[in-house]
Structure formats: C-alpha cells, structure tokens
Design a protein around this ligand. Sequence first.
Ligand SMILES: Cc1ncc(C[n+]2csc(CCOP(=O)(O)OP(=O)(O)O)c2C)c(N)n1
Length: 303
Amino acid sequence: MNFNRKDLSDDQLRHIYIELLRPRLIEEKMLVLLRQGKIAKWFSGIGQEAIAVGCGLGLDKDEYILPMHRNLGVFTTRQIPLHRLFAQWQGKPGGFTNGRDRSFHFGTQEFKIIGMISHLGPQLGVADGIALGNLLKKNNQVTAVFSGDGGSSEGDFHESLNVAAVWDLPVIFVVENNGYGLSTPSREQFRMKQFIDKGIGYGMEAVQVDGNNILETYRTFKRIAESIRANPRPVLLECLTFRMRGHEEASGTKYVPQELFDEWGKKDPLNNYENFLLKEKIIDEAFIALNRREIKQEIEKNL
Ligand SMILES: Cc1ncc(C[n+]2csc(CCOP(=O)(O)OP(=O)(O)O)c2C)c(N)n1
C-alpha cells in the first residue's frame, strides 16, 4: 500500500493514526464484552475503519453524517464521550435511546449524526432531505451518507441518487464496497464491474478510492467536501474494502473463501499505516505502546 503524505505535518499524521487506532481497540473490547454476554450483538467494522475515520476527519464537525452499522469511526472521530457509546450498546441509561436499542441504530443531533435506518436504502433519501435543506439555506454544508454494496440493490438507492443529481444536492454518497451483502457475494448482486460506472448513468461525478488507505480516504473526503461546498452537487464515492469478520458475530464467515481473508489481511488499514509511519520514523514503538495503553485505559474508565 502506498502512502503519500503530501502536505500533512508529522503531528497531523500522528493524530490520524490515533483516530484510526481508537475504533480498532474499542471493537476488540466489544468482542470480549460480547463473549461475556454484556452486549447483545456486534457488527464488526474491523478492516474497514479507514473509511469511517476518513469521513469523520474529512468533513466539518457541523456537517451531517449518516453512517451504517460498520462505521464506529464516524462516532469516535466526532469525539462522542465513550461512556455514552458504551451505555448505548449495553442498553444502559446514559446512552442515546434510554436503553431502547443496543446496536448502531441511534443518532445524535448533538454530534450531527443521523441514526442508521435498519432498512438500509431509505437513509439515502434522508440525506437528500438534509442536503436540500442546506441548499435552500445556502449554508454551504455537505452531507455524507453511507451505503453498503448490498444496500445499493434497494430501489431507494436509485431514487436518492437520481433526485440528488437532478437537484444538485450537496451529498457524498459513500458506497463501502466490501464484496458481500451478508452472505451474498457481489457477483450475485450486480453485473457492473465497479460502482463508479453508475455515475455515468446518473450524470454524477464518481470517484473510486482504496478504502483501506487512510490518507487516501481522508484526503478524498476533504477534497470532495471542499469542492461541493463551493459548487453544490452530489458525488458518488466508492471505497474498496473488505469485511474481515462476519456480517454480525453470530452468523460466522463459512461462506467466505480463506484466500480472500489472506489477501485482504495484508491490506489491513491500521497495520499498513502503522508500518508506513514507523518506516518514515514519524512514530516509534514507544509511541504505539503509549497510545495503545492510553486508549485502553480510556475504554476501561468509560465502561
Ligand atoms: C430491507 C432489509 N433487508 C435485509 C436487512 C438485513 N441486513 C442488514 S445489513 C444487511 C447486509 C447489507 O449488506 P451491505 O449493504 O453490503 O453492507 P455490509 O453489511 O456489507 O457492510 C442485511 C441483509 C435489512 N436490515 N433490511
């Protein structure tokens, strides 16, 4: 994986590293809590973190993001206090839905995150509505909404992209193309080669990015957001990645060939970025150990 730092300072590169590390360590802890029966279910984003983190860092804090079930990095980059997230997932008071929900189906106006709609596709239309409001208010804000490759087979995907194109709505439609919609592989889901090819049909700019390369995702979100603020329009952003665990923890991964895990394991977003920073001497082993320790302490303190 090639990383190009361009104009990013050492401090910025280190900050991005910590933002990428945090959701990974939170997830590892949640997987332990799941085994202990302290949370009911978990949708893992391990291996896909660079997309949510790149989005959270690339947009302004007052711009709406509509994440999905694998986008923990959106919540952590918005600096939501961890005790509130942990309370939410454990169905405790102090979360965002007063114990009524224990998954990723929650939002928070305070942090400009709209809760995922379980039916997947409909949330793209909600992003259109927010973007229309922004357009009418002329506030130059961008909205980012996530869909999986599987979710894109729902009719709402077409309707939402089409109207956004026709009305020049300032939305980034993020497609996390991870090759599977639950157990259905892409080849049984659609015939096109890549999502950016859909851009032509909608008359919409479409950009493809290595979704595991944090500098690429961050920079692409930032660049597209700046461009949309100046010139309101939708952009389709296809992020190529892979789901390294099951759809959710109970459903297993028997249907995924081992070669795919081997291939994508080598493209792990955190390991690759860490190795790049080590090689460039921007961080050292002591920095890694310190930050891992600090984040783990932060997690324990907030449980
Ligand atoms: C209408 C509807 N069908 C099925 C589901 C169950 N479901 C939730 S997520 C999901 C898989 C979606 O796959 P994809 O969009 O590729 O996202 P990924 O899980 O790969 O991140 C399914 C089948 C649902 N929530 N709503």
